[in-house]
Design a protein around this ligand. Structure first.
Ligand code: 3HC
Ligand code: NAI
Length: 690
């Protein structure tokens, strides 16, 4: 086995290099190796100064997060950092690529720090449900002050080397080659006594304001505020007591379900693109065509332009094309304001509009975003088939329609795929990659490569009504609507669902999407509805009353005075009148029951989606709900949540609900099998460490 930490003495400099691909995570072997190397440096009479650095593309990516939840094997990371700091001879960190979490904490234990331009320096632990647990909450405030440390740790946001240098987090920004820059700096440190962060003055100040703001920003989460409490422990005079308090709080957080949920989400984000059985080479994509420049088309074009792709957008007529161009322009302006696009790139984007499909003749991939109507889509695909070059990919952004049927309108169905973006398409991270049976593997691989290029999370979905996300949404949305018919107020439902951790409840989401969308879907599905399917007639009545949601100023909420929407007694009247007209006797629902029904409906439908192969694995469902539907990340996703909550409990709930409505509530076979065998959805994720 190769050693993950090497020690080379060269002209009085001890080079201590960590090489543990891919990210030099500080697993047990690395910690033991670092500890041994520091001891060797101390004993090595020929070594005057030590340089700690990372081999490969970065310094250190942090603690090995696959070890969390397992017993800690000595030496612990705090002990290693303390040993580095205690060195009687000077130790410096030479940082490139990234120093994150425990990786940055190792650097803070070194006596001097140099970072190369472009390095990412951060303490992102709160995003994983923990806090910097190797001295980061104690050393950072001693270097940059309590307030700045609080902001950095509670937000988890990284800083660049220039800012870090100004703040005092590092000493120098290197120039040229990493090793040369490190050698030049190390030469100056020969013979100097160590300069220990722990010996710097005790930081003073108060973080109660930041704590309040953080609590409000991260409702429901424990790590961010706990991290601030750990930082406050640095204001006591005794450094070691501060470290002990940090360790105590860190170990508490490691044991929380939130930590498990966030780490599951971290691995899920990386696992979704590794589709079992897909190893084809993607086709080259440089020129994108977009057909239709409405809400979605303009957003998709913006997303592609922000990724540096060349875009041609085709609309029906010159006026529509001009409107689309104006929307894209406004989106790009906003991106410049937010620092997502360089002003130079804004000046002359590789973008043009056209009203003739021939403008797409050199396109590598065309994405259709016209009206949601099978006949219109098939017409558009036949037209695309006629003009696109051989080998070009044809994609549809349809929300519900059968992608295979659309593909059949062309003479090259193997080149057709669904690319289901979410609104606003240049902001939302999720991209469902909808793969009909006949699609070529390299077309699917290209779609995943495109998702990555666009900075999105691509998730493979099979063909069915609504694919993964909208199909599951229909199920939990129906559970919500049934509760409203039976006596829950839409506002009570929204409050309960926000209480669970969603940023918005289902009726707030309706207002955002527009009540016309839901109405159109109900009308489309009406012919196939059976006698037991309940229609949310109150939603139809709101629609007919012109309460279409935010865009109309009124929907479930009233937006006239309050941008976020005020509760409106008129809605209560419509809901109550609906119940009276349908002869329904309302009953009470408390928040627990609302959540139980909503989640049972979600998990049950998700189990069907997995069993039918619409989602390849449970983790694909988790990624869809996390990135497209506001599922609270710290709960890991619905499948992870279900495993934690207990599948047998969910089955028992569904059986109880079925006593009153056996049509709506039927336990999905996969859910029942797992519950009865003591299994978990996680068992079906081939590679999932959480
Ligand atoms: N531990 C274990 N595995 C890790 C890891 C870590 N800290 N960080 C990344 N990996 C794995 C990924 O899961 C992935 O595995 P895979 O190839 O099997 O899917 C592989 O390394 C490559 O990761 P990415 O695909 O993310 O590679 P990128 O080049 O895109 O990004 C990175 C590199 C910026 C380092 C990114 O991986 C990252 O942000 N990692 C997490 C950093 C972090 O949060 N560190 C703090 C850890 S907690 C801590 O340090 C606690 C301490 O305070 C005690
Ligand atoms: P939209 O109505 O805002 O835009 C459609 C655009 O297509 C219009 O500008 C229209 O002029 C243009 N168009 C129609 N026929 C055309 C043709 N033959 N050639 C060129 N342009 C043509 O609709 P929206 O909301 O952008 O939806 C587009 C598609 O995206 C639909 O399939 C929809 O289901 C899907 N979708 C919508 C989402 C949303 O939140 N609005 C989310 C995800 C998918």
């Amino acid at each position: 086995m190769t050693m993950p930490v090497t020690y080379d003495l060269e002209d009085g400099i001890a080079w201590i290099t960590v090489a543990n691909p891919p990210v030099n995570a500080l697993g047990h072997a690395v910690r033991a190796g670092l500890d041994a190397a520091i001891a060797r440096f101390g004993a090595d009479g020929g070594a005057e100064v030590a340089v700690v650095m990372g081999g490969g593309r970065l310094f250190l990516g942090g603690a090995d997060i696959t070890e969390f939840g397992k017993p800690v094997q000595a030496p612990s990371l705090p002990d290693v950092v303390n040993a580095i700091e205690a060195s009687p001879k000077p130790v410096m960190a030479a940082i490139h690529g990234a120093a994150l979490g425990g990786g940055l904490e190792v650097a803070l234990g070194c006596h001097w720090r140099l970072a190369m331009p472009g390095t990412v320096l951060g303490l992102p632990e709160v995003a994983l449900g923990i806090l910097p647990g190797a001295g980061g909450t104690q050393r950072t405030p001693r270097l940059i002050g309590l307030e700045a440390a609080g902001e950095m740790i509670a937000s988890g946001k990284p800083v660049d080397p220039e800012a870090a240098c100004e703040m005092g987090l590092i000493d120098r920004v290197g120039e040229g080659d990493l090793r040369d820059a490190a050698r030049r700096f190390a030469d100056k440190l020969r013979g100097k006594p160590p300069r220990r962060t722990r010996d710097r003055p005790v930081p003073t100040g108060d973080l109660s304001d930041l704590r309040d703001r953080t609590a409000a920003r991260t409702v429901g989460q424990v790590a961010p505020v706990t991290a601030i409490d750990a930082i406050m422990a640095a204001t006591g005079a005794d450094f070691d007591a501060g470290l002990a308090e940090e360790r105590r709080l860190f170990l508490d957080l490691v044991e929380t379900p939130q930590r498990a949920g966030l780490i599951h989400a971290f691995f899920t984000d990386r696992a979704v693109s590794k589709v079992p059985g897909l190893d084809a080479t993607p086709r080259d994509i440089a020129r994108i065509g977009v057909i239709g420049g409405g809400t979605m088309g303009a957003g998709i074009a913006t997303s592609a332009l922000l990724a540096g792709l060349n875009v041609t957008l085709v609309e029906r007529d010159a006026d529509s094309a001009a409107r689309a161009a104006a929307t894209v322009g406004a989106n790009l302006d906003a991106a410049v304001t937010r620092g997502k696009l360089a002003p130079e790139a804004r000046a002359d984007p590789p973008f043009r509009t056209a009203t003739d499909y021939n403008a797409l003749s050199d396109t590598d991939l065309a994405i259709e975003a016209v009206f949601e109507d099978m006949a219109v889509k098939r017409e558009v695909f036949a037209a695309l088939d006629a003009v696109l070059r051989p080998g070009a990919i044809l994609a549809t952004n349809t929300s519900y329609l059968d992608v295979g049927e659309i593909a059949a309108a062309t003479g090259r169905p193997a080149d057709v795929i669904g690319l289901h973006f979410f609104s606003p398409a240049h902001v939302m991270k999720l991209l469902e990659i909808v793969v009909p049976d006949g699609t070529a593997h390299d077309v699917t691989a290209t779609a995943f490569a495109l998702a990555k290029r666009l900075g999105k999370i691509g998730v493979r979905a099979g063909v069915c009504d609504g694919f993964i996300g909208n199909r599951i949404l229909s199920a939990y949305r129906r559970a919500a609507d049934d509760m409203v018919l039976d006596g829950a107020h839409p506002y009570e439902v929204d409050r309960a669902i926000r209480g669970f951790g969603f940023p918005m409840g289902p009726y707030q989401v309706s207002d955002l999407a527009g009540l016309d969308i839901g109405f159109a879907t109900r009308e489309r599905k009406a012919p196939e509805a059976g006698p037991h399917d309940r229609r949310p007639v109150f939603a139809d009545r709101l629609h007919h009353a012109g309460r279409l949601g935010r865009k109309a100023g009124r929907g479930y909420y009233d937006y006239a005075e309050d941008r976020r929407g005020a509760e409106d007694p008129a809605v209560t009247e419509i809901v109550e009148a609906t119940r009276r007209d349908l002869g329904l006797t309302p009953r009470e629902f408390d928040a627990d029951e609302i959540v139980a029904r909503y989640m049972a409906a979600m998990v049950n439908e998700a189990a069907r989606v997995v069993e039918e192969g619409i989602a390849a694995r449970p983790l694909d469902v988790d990624a869809v709900l996390l990135h497209g539907y506001g599922f609270p990340r710290w709960r890991g996703g619905p499948m992870h949540w279900a495993d934690q909550h207990g599948l047998a409990r969910i089955v028992a709930d569904i059986e109880r609900f079925a006593e009153h409505d056996p049509h709506a509530w039927q336990v999905a076979p996969l859910l029942r099998r797992l519950a009865e065998s003591g299994g978990a959805f996680a068992d079906l994720n081939a590679k999932d460490a959480a």
